[in-house]
Ligand binder design. Structure first.
Ligand code: NI
Length: 177
């Protein structure tokens, strides 16, 4: 198990556009997925993108199941997604609270497309295509933004809806990122 250090906002490596994954099914790529998974689960993240651990590749993972950081979120299956493409299915957007392991201790109200199709590949190069909505769609948009060098505070419409998690949502299990 390798829990890696997560880069925090201010690090220029979080602001790059990531390079596509070109070699699938390699020990290096499987090792990277393992490290991302260990790190995400250790920190109770809903997702993690390779640039967040300093790796310049278009690779994200996500998973939501009984997550103490997102107690009200629906389930999202564990997914490894390389070279993703998102296609919103309507113009409709919805605001929802987001946090980020690269922006620890804070939450912000972020507009996202309500429903979308995403396409990409798993670590073995198998094609993935899903149509999703709600929190699942939100998580994918947040993670794919990391591959474009975008952190969620850059998406906020009103900075008054940005603050410390423990102040916004007082409670025993909500005092982390
Ligand atoms: Ni994030």
């Amino acid at each position: 198990m390798a829990v890696r250090e997560v880069l925090r906002m201010g690090d220029p490596r979080l602001l790059r556009a990531a390079r596509p994954v070109e070699a699938f099914s390699t020990p290096a790529l499987h090792g990277l997925v393992r490290d991302l998974t260990d790190t995400m689960r250790h920190l109770n993240g809903a997702g993690l993108a390779a640039p967040q651990i300093g790796v310049d590749l278009q690779l994200v993972i996500f998973e939501v199941e009984n997550n103490p950081r997102y107690p009200d979120a629906g389930k999202v299956p564990f997914t490894v997604l390389a070279n993703p493409r998102l296609t919103p299915l309507s113009e409709r957007m919805e605001e929802g609270w987001e946090g980020c392991l690269s922006v620890p201790g804070l939450r912000g109200l972020v507009p996202r497309y309500v429903s979308l199709r995403y396409q990409g590949f798993d670590a073995d190069g198998r094609a993935i295509e899903r149509t999703v909505e709600g929190f699942h769609a939100r998580v994918v948009q947040h993670e794919v933004d990391h591959l474009l060098g975008i952190l969620y505070p850059m998406r906020l419409r009103d900075l008054r809806n940005f603050g410390f998690t423990e102040v916004l949502f007082p409670g025993p299990d909500r005092n982390d990122g």
